[in-house]
Design a protein around this ligand. Structure first.
Ligand SMILES: [Zn+2]
Ligand SMILES: [Zn+2]
Length: 326
């Protein structure tokens, strides 16, 4: 296959989403690098982005040598650029170095990013993911704590009214909150703030807007049918039917993968396990968080030819994989 010429930023974003399930992802990675070399990008400033994408694709197929070559070139392409994309490219390079057994080099790549996390919370997701791959969740927790404290110190009023008011602080708080649950740390004042903001967002956000705290709560088909039978109003405020439900989850997983999150999974819920009114977003969010700390999860993504995560019994490539593009 051959990519079209004059690739725009939007084309690249689209490729990022579809490459994961493509028949020949490494071919796509090579074509992306080729597009950079042969002037195939509509905007030459996208070179770093295209190469970052190529590195991620090669990494996802554990072709680490190729992934590192693309990541080296991505970092070069960003050169002295000081922005969230450049920082993310450095963090991606570190993640590949960790996977390659070069922990010292990986840490040398990450250390300069440490003071930048307050400015680039999106890049903080990449940094956290890299440190997780390197078995350094505690270090990530420490860096995120520093960034949260520095950001809070710069604010006039200590408590933001809502997620929008908190701005970038919200993303840092969320990442830190999730990580601390993952490594079994108890709530502290920052976690309490994170949870208040998450709850307010979940209660105010329209379901289609995404980003609410119950995003990875998955109702298998039989449970989804029971759920709607018990709370018919959910078709208005949540997901209209099972197809919408699994398509929304698939899109959210693709989005999270794009931010550098690794170890993604959905958490299957049951009507019997849920306590409270399912039409209350906070009830669902609390249930989702309880499930996330348990042991039952369905890892994502499956291999293309493996059974789909949604339980349909159909191959992933013919089931939910194409749903993410709907
Ligand atoms: Zn919590
Ligand atoms: Zn499926």
């Amino acid at each position: 296959m051959s990519l079209k010429t004059d690739l725009t930023s939007a084309d690249l974003s689209q490729l990022r989403q579809s490459a994961l399930g493509a028949a020949d992802p490494l071919g796509i990675a090579a074509e992306l690098a080729e597009a950079v070399d042969s002037g195939g990008l509509a905007d030459p400033d996208d070179a770093g982005y295209a190469l970052t994408l190529a590195a991620e694709i090669a990494e996802s197929r554990t072709k680490l040598d190729a992934a590192l070559r693309y990541a080296d070139r991505a970092v070069d392409a960003y050169q002295k650029r000081d922005d969230t994309q450049a920082a993310s490219a450095h963090a991606l390079r570190a993640r590949i170095l960790f996977r390659s057994g070069r922990a010292d080099d990986a840490m040398a790549e990450l250390e300069p990013l440490r003071p930048l996390l307050t400015r680039y919370p999106d890049a903080a997701a990449y940094v956290t993911a890299a440190l997780a791959v390197g078995g350094r969740n505690r270090v990530a927790e420490q860096w995120l704590t520093e960034a949260v404290q520095a950001t809070l110190a710069e604010r006039d009023q200590p408590e933001p009214a809502d997620a929008e008011d908190a701005g970038q602080l919200f993303f840092l708080l969320q990442q830190r909150h999730r990580l601390r649950h993952l490594i079994g740390l108890p709530h502290d004042t920052h976690d309490n703030l994170a949870e208040r903001l998450e709850t307010r967002l979940a209660n105010s956000a329209a379901p289609a807007a995404g980003g609410s705290a119950d995003d990875l709560l998955f109702w298998p088909q039989a449970e989804f049918d029971r759920l709607l039978a018990k709370w018919p109003a959910l078709t208005e405020s949540y997901d209209r039917n099972f197809d919408d439900h699994r398509a929304r989850l698939e899109r959210e997983l693709v989005r999270l993968a794009g931010t550098g999150r690794v170890g993604l999974a959905v958490f299957p819920g049951s009507v019997d396990g849920l306590t409270g009114d399912a039409t209350d977003a906070k009830v669902r969010a609390d249930y989702a968080r309880r499930l996330e700390t348990g042991t039952t999860k369905i890892s994502w993504p499956p291999e293309r030819n493996a059974a789909c995560w949604c339980g349909s019994g159909i191959k992933y490539k013919k089931c939910c994989l194409p749903r993410s593009r709907g």
